[in-house]
Design a protein around this ligand. Structure first.
Ligand code: 3HC
Length: 272
C-alpha cells in the first residue's frame, strides 16, 4: 500500500520521502512504481519526461528522521496496534508541530493510535484502497481528538492525489470495511459450505453479482494476513460472528499463504 500511495504523491507533483525498514524493500517498491509509470508511458497516458520527473520526486530512506521536513506523513506499516502506536509516538519527536500524521489502517481505531502521539489533534485516518493508484476512494477518518484543520488538510491532500475523499468518524471498519470484511468472510465460508472451487466462486461473483474481481482474487490482492487482522480487529470491537476470520483464512495465514505478496494464496502468482 505504501508504494501505491507514494506513486500517487509523486504523480501529483509532491516531493515524497518513502521510508522502508530496509533499502532493499524500498528499492523493490520503487521498481514497482517505475514499472507502472513505464506502462503508462507505453500506453500514451504519460510522457517519458513526466515519468522521469515523477520518479525524481521520490527519495528513499530507512531513517524516520528523514521525515522531519514533511507536511503530512502517511503511515502504512504492519496492521497491528502496538507497532503503529510506537511509530506515532516516535514521530512526535521528529516532525514539526503542524505536521499532519495520517494512518492508513484498515480496521484499527485511529483514536487509539492517536493516543500514543504527542499531538493527537494532528492525527487522522487516510484509508486508501488496494491497489491505491487504481481505486478512487480515500476515507478521511476523524478520530476523537482530530482538529478540523488536520481533517481538512487530509481531505485536500486526498483531492490533490486525484482521489474522491469522503469524511467519516472513527467507527470500526469506517465505511467500506464495515461492509466489505464480513461480506468477504461470508464468501470464504461459502467455499466450505457449498464446496465450490475458488475459481468458480470468483466466476459466480463476477458474472452473477457484477463484482470487478472475485472474492478469492480480492483477498489474495489485499493480503490474507491483512484481511485476517482486520477481521480480528472488527470482531473484537463489534462481536458479530460474521466479522470473525473464517478458520480457512487463519490456517492460510499461519501457513504463510498470504496471497499475491507471498506468491501463493487461493491462487499462485509469479514472483514480481
Ligand atoms: N499502479 C498503477 N497501475 C496499476 C497498478 C498499480 N498499482 N496495478 C495495476 N495497474 C495497471 C495495470 O498495469 C493495468 O495496465 P496494463 O494491463 O496495461 O499493464 C491497468 O492498471 C489495469 O489493470 P487491469 O486490467 O487489472 O484493470 P481492471 O480493469 O481489471 O481493474 C481493478 C483493476 C481496478 C483493481 C478492478 O479489478 C477492481 O476494482 N477490483 C476491486 C478492487 C477492490 O475492491 N479493492 C478494495 C480492496 S479492500 C481494501 O483495499 C481495504 C483494505 O483496508 C483491506
Amino acid at each position: 500500500m505504501g508504494a501505491g500511495i507514494a506513486q500517487l504523491c509523486i504523480q501529483a507533483g509532491l516531493e515524497t520521502v518513502g521510508r522502508e525498514v530496509t533499502l532493499e524493500l524500498a528499492e523493490r517498491a520503487q521498481g514497482g512504481i517505475a514499472h507502472f509509470l513505464g506502462r503508462a508511458v507505453e500506453k500514451g497516458k504519460l510522457d517519458a519526461a513526466e515519468r522521469d520527473a515523477a520518479l525524481g520526486r521520490l527519495r528513499l530512506t530507512t531513517e524516520l528522521a528523514d521525515l522531519a521536513g514533511c507536511d503530512v506523513v502517511i503511515e502504512a506499516i504492519v496492521e497491528e496496534l502496538g507497532p503503529k502506536r510506537e511509530l506515532f509516538a516516535a514521530l512526535g519527536g521528529i516532525v514539526r508541530q503542524e505536521t499532519v500524521l495520517a494512518t492508513n489502517t484498515s480496521a484499527l481505531s485511529v483514536t487509539e493510535i492517536a493516543a500514543a502521539a504527542s499531538r493527537p489533534e494532528r492525527v487522522v485516518g487516510m484509508h486508501f484502497f488496494n491497489p491505491a493508484p487504481l481505486m478512487p476512494l480515500v476515507e478521511i477518518v476523524r478520530a476523537e481528538l482530530s482538529s478540523d484543520d488536520a481533517v481538512e488538510t487530509a481531505y485536500a491532500l486526498g483531492q490533490r492525489l486525484g482521489r474522491n475523499p469522503i469524511r467519516c468518524h472513527d467507527t470500526p471498519g469506517f465505511v467500506v470495511n464495515r461492509v466489505l470484511i464480513p461480506l468477504l468472510n461470508d464468501c470464504i465460508r461459502v467455499l466450505d459450505e457449498s464446496r465450490v472451487a475458488p475459481e468458480d466462486l470468483d466466476t459466480a461473483m463476477t458474472n452473477g453479482a457484477g463484482w470487478p474481481m472475485g472474492p478469492c482474487t480480492l483477498v489474495d490482492l489485499v493480503g490474507i494476513d491483512v484481511h485476517v487482522h482486520a477481521s480480528e480487529a472488527l470482531y473484537e470491537k463489534l462481536r458479530e460472528p460474521r466479522m470473525a476470520p473464517p478458520p480457512r483464512l487463519v490456517a492460510m495465514k499461519n501457513a504463510g499463504l498470504l496471497g499475491r505478496k507471498s506468491g501463493r494464496g487461493f491462487f499462485s502468482y509469479e514472483k514480481g
